[in-house]
Design a protein around this ligand. Structure first.
Ligand SMILES: [Zn+2]
Length: 402
């Protein structure tokens, strides 16, 4: 099954210029080839120029015009010639059928909007910077263009097209749907509890630690943000130092995203490999982060008072929250392509319910780390209890579903 995806491109000014030139040169290739066919048909006793003839000339054309035709992908140019060939085949088919079709027409520069690369990796590369949080597509002669990838791409990318629509640019992928490669069944099910002390805890009692980089990054980020806040907020002309401060903040954010992504992939992979069913708490993204707001300086607008312990705690918290969202998205994705089941359960009271006797009380949670049931006295690690409750709830949910 072939599936198509269309994503908005975010080219830089220079890349956009190159994209326009790419369309322009493909357009003139198309029109040149059309001209040749016309001339041959009119002047040389009705001979027909075929795709093969024109494709064979491509190398020469490229060598002759390195500044323009030579810049672009050979295969994409072949595709453009094939497009013309298709127009001619349709024309001849209709002539044969006794209709009076219009002769294939020249395309105005404004009406030639698509360049197609017939194979991923040949003059183009989908997801050319896989380690970067931003998806990019590399196009020969243009560079790595940022893609607004609003949904995941499944299957193997076969063809890549670049399309202009008004002032916007899009990349269109056609993908061969990969059959999910189911992993062998393990017979194991697991519940996970996502927490602050540990990134997550499983119902088997295993902890996955919070990656150490987060703490360091949070401190670095708080510092950089404080520095950025010393510059005027609304200004038309940023100074060099102001721009540098803003860049620094953006750079730390990018680093956090990259490392978080890496950590999430590794953690999700391990869970999917070892379990058939993975249960987690449904994430309440709206209510999750109630970060303490930094206190604004009453004297100066847009300036925040320094050394806000609460602000830093809020930052830590929000970094963790964002991490769980990313992690769960990756987990769902990996599970689907491996034929595993992921169940999201109601998170209410998972940390207060005794897995042994079912008693629900706030007092069961003695400290952040310790759970002790006030009814039956069962004592355990609080995160472990949470994970066990998640698993139990998922079992119930699955039974109801079945
Ligand atoms: Zn109990």
């Amino acid at each position: 099954m072939i599936r198509a995806y269309k994503f908005l491109l975010r080219p830089t000014v220079r890349q956009e210029q190159a994209l326009r030139e790419m369309l322009r040169d493909h357009c003139s290739l198309y029109n040149g080839a059309l001209q040749e066919r016309r001339d041959a048909w009119r002047h040389t006793s009705k001979t027909t120029v075929r795709y093969g003839d024109q494709s064979a000339q491509l190398s020469e054309i490229r060598a002759f015009d390195p500044e323009r035709q030579g810049r672009w992908s050979f295969s994409s140019q072949q595709t453009t010639l094939r497009r013309l060939d298709k127009a001619f085949q349709a024309f001849f088919r209709r002539v044969k059928a006794g209709q009076a079709p219009g002769y294939p027409r020249f395309k105005g520069a404004g009406h030639f909007d698509t360049v197609t690369f017939p194979r991923d990796g040949d003059g183009c590369r989908w997801d050319s910077t896989p380690h970067n949080p931003h998806t990019r597509v590399r196009l020969q002669g243009v560079g790595h263009v940022r893609v607004h990838q609003h949904r995941p791409v499944r299957g193997r990318v076969k063809t890549v097209s670049v399309k202009r629509e008004g002032h916007r640019w899009y990349v269109v992928l056609s993908c061969a749907e990969a059959l999910t490669e189911d992993l062998p069944a393990t017979g194991a099910v697991v519940g996970i509890d996502m927490g602050v002390a540990h990134f997550l805890t499983t119902s088997n009692g295993e902890h996955v630690a919070n990656p150490r980089f987060l703490q360091a990054a949070a401190e670095e980020l708080a510092e950089a943000q404080r520095h950025l806040a010393t510059f005027p907020k609304r200004t038309k002309h940023r100074t060099k130092a102001h721009r540098a401060a803003a860049r620094k903040v953006a750079k730390i954010h990018a680093k956090i995203r990259r490392q978080r992504l890496d950590h999430a992939h590794k953690t999700a992979l391990a869970l999917v490999r070892d379990h058939d069913v993975i249960a987690h708490e449904r994430l309440n993204t709206a209510g999750m982060t109630r970060s303490p707001r930094p206190k604004p300086d009453p004297e100066r607008e847009g300036i925040f008072l320094p050394n806000q312990r609460a602000a830093k705690a809020g930052l830590n918290r929000s970094i963790l929250d964002a991490g769980w969202g990313v992690f769960l998205a990756i987990l769902a994705n990996k599970a689907e392509s491996a034929g595993r089941t992921v169940v999201a359960v109601d998170p209410r009271n998972t940390s207060r319910t005794c897995p042994s006797c079912g008693h629900v009380a706030k007092e069961n949670r003695v400290t952040q780390a310790t759970f002790q049931c006030t009814a039956c006295g069962m004592t355990a690690n609080a995160d472990h209890v949470g994970a066990t409750n998640v698993l139990n709830r998922a079992g119930l949910a699955l039974c109801v579903a079945a």
